[in-house]
Structure formats: structure tokens, C-alpha cells
Design a protein around this ligand. Structure first.
Ligand SMILES: C[S@@+](CC[C@H](N)C(=O)[O-])C[C@H]1O[C@@H](n2cnc3c(N)ncnc32)[C@H](O)[C@@H]1O
Length: 314
């Protein structure tokens, strides 16, 4: 039986406390130590939660692994570009201020980027303009989304300010499709995977499993919502295996006419501090017109995912 979660503390944070917390974090003091020495009156989850929000506000959220992530993304996009042999159509679903997008643009002629946060969106447009030495050729709204189109150096970049699930649905309604989709949320993007698969005919999907920290915090309630195979007492590795398998399973569930999608795990990259941190996975996506082939692939992939994740542990 699950119990409703209650806030563990309602003690408001003062500005001084917030400044102290972010300063100590910048000094790379372990959060446990910060909690014990400076905030004994607060619970550990409340401090971690506040720190996460402050890091996002100060643009420090994924600071420790950002460079590594961008390096991997650059390698992945180069490989996809070599494989396709032509400029790519790219969708960056959680673009932030465009750190990854800028690595993708040299290999793309058409790119869409989506970002929900206003200040990140403004930075995104600014960074794209600078990077492609471009001009805004169109600026307006489609429904509730702000849309800014930038052209330059033979590239066409469309930035959407809004929620990726809605933006992806809009792109699907307009019959867009992409060669490479990046879903790099701070938390979970499991709910976006079905619509992302609709936008990929045969291409590549990069996914960040940002919800893995929930396994450490034993938030079984949220994890079960993500993937019902996750049960009590699962380890971080098992949680990761289930989340990746569920992503492959979404391909199996996909249906348009008689088609289903086959997802093959290309690479699993733990960002620093595994098993504490998050993991990026690159999937190769193809279409299958026979359900039996997709089911056989799913069985093969499950065993392969177990092997790959076990190899990370060593
Ligand atoms: C981890 S950051 C992305 C970093 C970026 N991919 C990079 O490599 O530089 C996640 C971003 O997703 C944005 N975001 C969160 N929920 C979103 C949603 N539903 N739709 C679009 N963007 C969202 C956040 O504002 C944040 O900027």
C-alpha cells in the first residue's frame, strides 16, 4: 500500500541560507557534510531539493558532467552523420541554453530545439544566432508556443518555447520527421518517448535517464509510474536496466498501420559518479513490418541490455 507523500518540512528558506548553500556547494563540499555542519535543523532531502533548484537557477545543475556529455554528443552526432552521409534533421527536445545543440549544428541543415524555461530559451536563441552567425527570419506564436526561426551558414534552426510533448505532437501533426532526436531532461522523459518515436523513421534517439537519482532516494512510487517492472529492493543497476528495457518496449508498442519500431541499444554511457549519477543511452531506431521480428528483437535486446549494464558495474 502506498502512502501519500507529505512535505517533510515547511520551514521557509531565507536568502542568506540559500546563498550559503550555493557557496558551499561551489566549494565542492559533500552535501552530507553541508547538512550536518550548517543545516542541522533541516532534513537531508529538503537540502538536496533546495540545492537542485538553486543549481538550476544559477546554471550549475549538470556542471560536473556537462563537458563530458557534450563530448559524447559530438562523437555520437559525427557517427550518425557518417552513417547517413548527409546533413541531419535534428530535434533537441530539452535544449537548455543550447550547449548540445551547438555541437550538433555543424552536422545539420535543419534543426528544431525546444525549451520550456524563459531565460534558457532566450539564451538558446542568442547562442544559436552567434554560432551560425545568423538572422531571425521569423518570430511569432503557434498556439501558445513562442517560435523563433534563425537562418545562417546554410542552416535553418527553429526554436520553440514550450513543453516538448506538445511541440513534438505539433511537429508530428505537420508530418515532420528527424534523423536524430535528443531527449536530455533533468528528470524523466519517459512520457515523451512514444511521440519521439513517431518523429523518427529510421534514425537515432539519445536519452538521458535523469530519474535514476529517484532509485537512490527510494522513491518507488515515482519509479513504478515510470516503469511498472521496477519493484521493491531493486538496485541502481536493475533500475537502469528496467528503464532502458521499457524504452525498447515502447518501440514494440508503437503502431502505425502494420509497422512497429525496433530499438537497438548502440551505447550506454554513465556520466560521472555512477551509480550515483545519470546515464545517457543512444538507441538506433528502425521500422519493422512484422511484429514477430520486433518481439524477437525485444528478447535479444533485453539480454544485451543486461550485459551492457553489468559491464558498467565492473
Ligand atoms: C539538462 S537541461 C538540458 C541541457 C542541454 N541539453 C545541454 O546539453 O546543454 C534540461 C532542460 O530541459 C528544460 N525542460 C524541462 N522540462 C521541459 C519540457 N517539458 N519541455 C521542454 N523543456 C523542458 C529545462 O528548463 C532545462 O533547461
Amino acid at each position: 500500500m502506498f502512502q501519500r507523500r507529505k512535505a517533510l518540512t515547511r520551514l521557509p528558506w531565507t536568502q542568506d541560507e540559500e546563498e550559503l548553500l550555493i557557496r558551499l556547494s561551489k566549494q565542492r563540499l559533500p552535501v552530507r557534510k553541508i547538512a550536518n555542519i550548517y543545516f542541522p535543523h533541516r532534513t537531508f532531502p529538503s537540502i538536496k531539493n533546495k540545492l537542485r533548484k538553486l543549481k538550476k537557477k544559477h546554471g550549475l545543475y549538470d556542471h560536473d558532467h556537462r563537458d563530458l556529455k557534450h563530448e559524447i554528443n559530438e562523437r555520437w552526432i559525427k557517427e550518425v552523420f557518417m552513417q547517413k552521409g548527409r546533413p541531419l534533421k535534428i530535434l533537441d527536445g530539452y535544449a537548455g541554453s543550447g550547449g548540445s545543440l551547438i555541437k550538433y549544428l555543424p552536422y545539420s541543415n535543419i534543426a528544431c530545439a525546444c525549451e520550456i524555461n524563459k531565460s534558457n530559451f532566450e539564451m538558446l536563441v542568442k547562442n544559436v544566432l552567434n554560432f551560425i552567425n545568423g538572422k531571425i527570419v521569423n518570430e511569432g506564436h503557434i498556439g501558445s508556443f513562442k517560435v523563433v526561426e534563425v537562418c545562417g551558414k546554410g542552416r535553418h534552426v527553429i526554436c520553440f518555447k514550450g513543453d516538448i510533448e506538445r511541440v513534438a505532437s505539433l511537429l508530428y501533426a505537420f508530418k515532420w520527421n528527424f534523423d536524430f532526436i535528443d531527449l536530455d531532461p533533468c528528470g524523466s522523459c519517459m512520457f515523451v518517448i512514444p511521440i519521439a518515436l513517431k518523429l523518427l523513421k529510421a534514425g537515432y534517439l539519445a536519452v538521458t535517464y535523469g530519474q535514476l537519482h529517484l532509485a537512490r532516494l527510494r522513491r518507488l512510487d515515482v519509479l513504478i509510474k515510470e516503469c511498472p517492472w521496477i519493484g521493491n529492493h531493486v538496485t541502481m543497476s536493475e533500475t537502469l536496466k528496467f528503464l532502458i528495457k521499457w524504452t525498447v518496449y515502447e518501440g514494440l508498442r508503437f503502431q502505425r498501420a502494420c509497422d512497429t519500431k525496433i530499438l537497438h541499444v548502440d551505447e550506454i554511457i554513465p556520466l560521472p559518479r555512477w551509480p550515483q549519477g545519470i546515464v545517457r543511452v543512444l538507441f538506433r531506431v528502425s521500422t519493422s513490418d512484422a511484429l514477430a521480428d520486433a518481439l524477437n528483437n525485444f528478447e535479444r535486446e533485453k539480454a544485451y541490455i543486461d550485459k551492457l549494464v553489468d559491464a558498467i558495474r565492473r
